[in-house]
Every structure is written in structure tokens, then in C-alpha cells.
Design a protein around this ligand. Structure first.
Ligand code: AMP
Ligand code: ZN
Length: 488
């Protein structure tokens, strides 16, 4: 079955051809670590985690690179005073690298909670300043960039004059862009308003600064992704991903930088994940319409009626295709929880089904398997895959009720397939049953065995049980109503 990927660059679903047979280089734009990630950010990273898992399941060897943006990050208005890191260091009275460390740790914790696999390489912008300075110099040398008052800008008009096409990804017409933009950035330093910063001169307020041939400053945001993706994946690599909102200007600028530097389009397949909304509005820190992952999981919020386990959130996200908008709501979460529990119940039930090789089954496992792989290879269609899983859930319940049969061979294959789809590909986890309940049940068994030993006058064994438990911090107390235990 051929893998098809929707390529944002061509706006078409294309048959995927890797540059190197069996191998994939994939780069995904990571977080800007100046504050806690919200649930919307998680959705994008989770979408790419599912894509990464699927690619591996399909047999590809994937090098997955996801960066950490930890250097100066200009806001849209380009005003250095509004740099998110500068603002946050003032607010929290911390060093910039303390801010970076604090929120990188938080980011990792959150992604681990939702069972995201770590990327193979997680490079940081501050760790690649030398590469970014080199790229900037290369662009100046090739005539695609110019220095102005200690900053360096990419010359968009020059790029287009040479027959390259700024706006090809976002389908924007450069003339329109020029006509519609006011020059807010750089206070007249730029030749044209669409020119973007490769290197920015640091104002006295800017604490994160590095020496460069153009004076002290810091790299432009777009440049870091070009520097890190090409360093680890090559000048032309297979897949580049990120949230829909990064298409313009971030990814457009990455294409321009890559083409200008290396005479080749940097990426073969551009993939963009759609947004998470709440109350019908895009989740975003700046508008205040957001929820932090822990608030949803702990129940500490005014929006959801109860706490939800991270794996339920994961399941809810995957019930929407990565290119569709998903609106998170209490009803959606409740429905996901119900669906998840039924799926897991069926999965567990499978262990107790007895096969029957004599009877013909009404369920064609091979057809079902093909449909699942069709969904996976059709631009990573997780909701269709999940719909197929619910078909098999129905079948498993029919097996349990004796209304259906399954052969030994099919039973084994179904177990393997379900295990792979549920845990490896969708990345769901089982919810731990109440540990205290399990411990209590286990201790009751041990108490009963000790009583039997005492009845049969095997005091050596009964004492051994008591002493071994005591050594583990569990004290048995014999009373008139039987034996109880005390956990120390
Ligand atoms: P940032 O840290 O702001 O660079 O964002 C990290 C990632 O989260 C980017 O890929 C964004 O596109 C993505 N993102 C931001 N808001 C949302 C949202 N509401 N839904 C889905 N993804 C989002
Ligand atoms: Zn990026």
C-alpha cells in the first residue's frame, strides 16, 4: 500500500517518495520556551507524534528532529521591547536561561504525560548561533541579504527578481504583500517591509546577545530552523511539519532561506497540523482562551465537569484528523472516555476468547486489516482508523456472546494488530487500576494462606509470611475478628 501525504506546498495529496529508500528525515518546529505549553500546542506535537509512530510502524527508519526555540523571538510588531523572553525574564525576575530551563522541563513533562515519543534530536537555537551566523554571511555573500544599522535582513524583492517565488507555500502574491504591509519592523532599516530579519541588533534591554560580524545581536527566528534542519537532515529533506499558523511567515521564510543558500527547495513534503479551539475560538495564550494540560488532567478548571486521564485526551485528539480543526468540549471528552473504555474492554476480552477452527466467521479479518492500513496510509487518517477499531470491538463482543466465531490463526493476528494499532500507533496507554485495591486483594490472599498454614500447624510458614511482610513495612495484627494489616 502506498503512503499518501497531503503536501501543503502543492495543496495536493501526493504519493510519498522518500529521498533515501526506507529512510525519512522529518523536522518539526518545536516550542518557544518562555512559558507553559497550553493544550493547543500539545495538539500539534501530538499530531506529529502520531505521524512519527505511523511512519515507524510502516517500516521506515525515521530521523525525527524537533527544535527548542530558546533565543530571542521577535513578536509580529518586531519591537525588541516586546520580545517574549525579555518580557518573561522581567516578570519572573529570572535569568533568560533559567526561563528556558524551567519551561523546557515543563514541556518535556507535559509531552511525557501524553505519551509522546521523544524526537531523535532536539537541538536548541542557542546551541546553533555559529551556524546561524554562517548562514547569514552566506546569504549576504550571495546577494540575498544586506546589513542595515547592525541588523541583517533578507531581501525578498531580490529573491523574486532572480525568479524565485516568495509566497509559494502560503499562496500569497508578493505584490499584494508589498502593497498591504506597513513598515512596523526595523524603524526604516529595511529596504522593503516584507524583508525579514536574519540577524537583529541587540538593544540595551536585550539580555540574550551574541557577538557577530555585524555587532552584538541575536538571530532571527526563521533562521534557526533552517540552520538546524539542514545541519541534521541535509539541504533537502523529506518532511517538515508544524502548526498551520506557522505557514506564513515562518515556513515561507525557511523556504526562501534554503533556496537562496543552497539552490534547492529545502523540503519535499510540507505538513501542517490544524488548530485546537475552545468555545469555537483558537486556543491561544495571548487571548486568554486556553487551558493548561495539567488543569484538564487534574480537574482544576471551570470548563470541564471532571478530570480526564491524559490518555483520554490523547484519544480525543486522535479522533479528529490532524488537518481538521478540533473543538475541545466537555461533551467531546466524555464521549472519548466512553469510547476508550469500550475499546479497552474489548481488547482485554480478546484474551478470554476461545477460537473455533471448525466454523466459518462472518468477519473477514484480512479485509478489516486492509481497511485499517488504507486509513493509515491515506494521509494518516486516525479518525477512520479508530472507526475501524470500533467495528472490531463489535465483533469481539459478538465473539464473547457466542454469536460469532474466530479461527486460532485469526485470533492471534487480531491480538497482534490491535496491540500495534492501540499502543504503538495511536500511542494509547492503559489506565492503571486502583493500586490500593490491588494491594488489598493481594494482602487478603496472603492472610488467608497464613491462616491455612496455622491451621495445619505449619508455624514455620505462617511466621515466615508474617516476618517477610513486616520486613516490607506491612504489619499483620491478629484480633478477635480476624487478621488485619497496617501499612507503615
Ligand atoms: P509556539 O511555542 O508559540 O511556537 O507554538 C508551538 C506550536 O504550537 C506551533 O507549532 C504552533 O503552531 C502550535 N499551536 C499554537 N496554538 C495552537 C492551537 N490552538 N492549536 C494547535 N496548535 C497550536
Ligand atoms: Zn521553525
Amino acid at each position: 500500500m502506498q503512503l499518501k501525504i497531503y503536501n501543503s506546498l502543492t495543496a495536493e495529496k501526493e504519493i510519498f517518495k522518500p529521498i533515501l529508500e526506507g529512510n525519512i528525515g522529518m523536522y518539526v518546529c518545536g516550542p518557544t520556551v518562555y512559558s507553559n505549553v497550553h493544550l493547543g500546542n500539545v495538539r500539534t506535537f501530538l499530531s506529529f507524534d502520531f505521524i512519527y509512530r505511523t511512519l515507524m510502524h510502516l517500516g521506515y527508519k525515521v530521523r525525527y528532529v524537533r527544535n527548542i526555540t530558546d533565543a530571542g523571538h521577535l513578536t509580529d510588531d518586531g519591537n525588541v521591547e516586546n520580545d517574549r523572553f525579555v518580557k518573561q525574564t522581567r516578570l519572573e525576575k529570572l535569568e533568560p536561561m533559567e526561563i528556558v530551563q524551567k519551561y523546557t522541563v515543563d514541556f518535556h513533562k507535559v509531552l511525557e504525560m501524553f505519551n509522546l515519543l521523544p524526537p531523535n534530536i532536539e537541538p536548541t537555537a542557542t546551541g546553533h548561533i555559529v551556524e546561524q551566523i554562517e548562514l547569514t554571511q552566506k546569504l549576504i555573500d550571495k546577494g540575498f541579504a544586506y546589513e542595515s544599522n547592525g541588523s541583517v535582513y533578507f531581501d525578498v524583492l531580490e529573491y523574486n527578481k532572480r525568479g524565485l517565488n516568495y509566497g509559494e507555500l502560503s499562496k500569497r502574491n508578493i505584490e499584494e504583500l508589498f502593497a498591504n504591509t506597513r513598515d512596523l519592523d526595523g524603524q526604516g532599516e529595511k529596504k522593503n517591509p516584507q524583508d525579514f530579519a536574519l540577524w537583529k541588533k541587540a538593544s540595551p534591554a536585550h539580555i540574550m546577545r551574541w557577538n557577530s560580524p555585524w555587532g552584538e545581536g541575536f538571530p532571527g527566528w526563521h533562521l534557526e530552523c533552517t540552520a538546524m534542519s539542514t545541519k541534521y537532515l541535509g539541504e533537502n529533506f523529506d518532511i517538515h511539519g508544524g502548526g498551520m499558523d506557522l505557514k506564513f511567515p515562518h515556513h515561507e521564510c525557511e523556504i526562501a532561506q534554503g533556496k537562496a543558500c543552497n539552490n534547492t527547495s529545502p523540503v519535499n513534503y510540507w505538513m501542517h497540523a490544524n488548530m485546537l479551539t475552545m468555545n469555537g475560538q483558537r486556543m491561544s495564550k495571548s487571548t486568554g482562551n486556553y487551558i493548561l494540560p495539567m488543569q484538564l488532567v487534574s480537574g482544576d478548571n471551570n470548563f470541564f465537569e471532571k478530570p480526564f486521564h491524559p490518555t483520554i485526551v490523547r484519544f480525543c485528539f486522535l479522533q479528529a484528523h490532524y488537518r481538521s480543526v478540533l473543538d475541545i468540549s466537555n461533551d467531546a471528552m466524555v464521549a472519548s472516555e466512553k469510547g476508550y473504555l469500550r475499546l479497552m474492554e474489548a481488547y482485554k476480552l480478546l484474551g478470554s476468547i476461545t477460537p473455533d477452527d471448525a466454523k466459518e466467521s462472518g468477519f473477514n479479518l484480512q479485509d478489516w486489516k486492509n481497511k485499517c492500513y488504507e486509513a493509515l496510509t491515506d494521509d494518516f487518517n486516525s479518525p477512520i482508523l479508530i472507526a475501524h477499531l470500533f467495528e472490531v470491538v463489535k465483533y469481539i463482543f459478538a465473539l464473547k456472546d457466542g454469536k460469532e466465531t474466530i479461527s486460532t490463526k485469526d485470533l492471534e493476528e487480531l491480538k497482534t494488530l490491535l496491540q500495534a494499532f492501540i499502543f504503538d500507533v495511536l500511542g494509547l496507554q492503559t489506565i492503571e487500576e486502583n493500586n490500593n485495591e490491588k494491594l488489598d486483594q493481594t494482602l487478603q490472599v496472603l492472610i488467608e494462606l497464613r491462616n491455612q498454614a496455622r491451621k495445619s500447624k505449619n508455624f514455620e510458614l505462617s511466621d515466615q509470611i508474617r516476618d517477610r511482610l513486616l520486613a516490607e513495612g506491612i504489619e499483620l495484627k491478629d484480633g478477635r475478628d480476624g487478621t488485619t494489616y497496617l501499612l507503615n
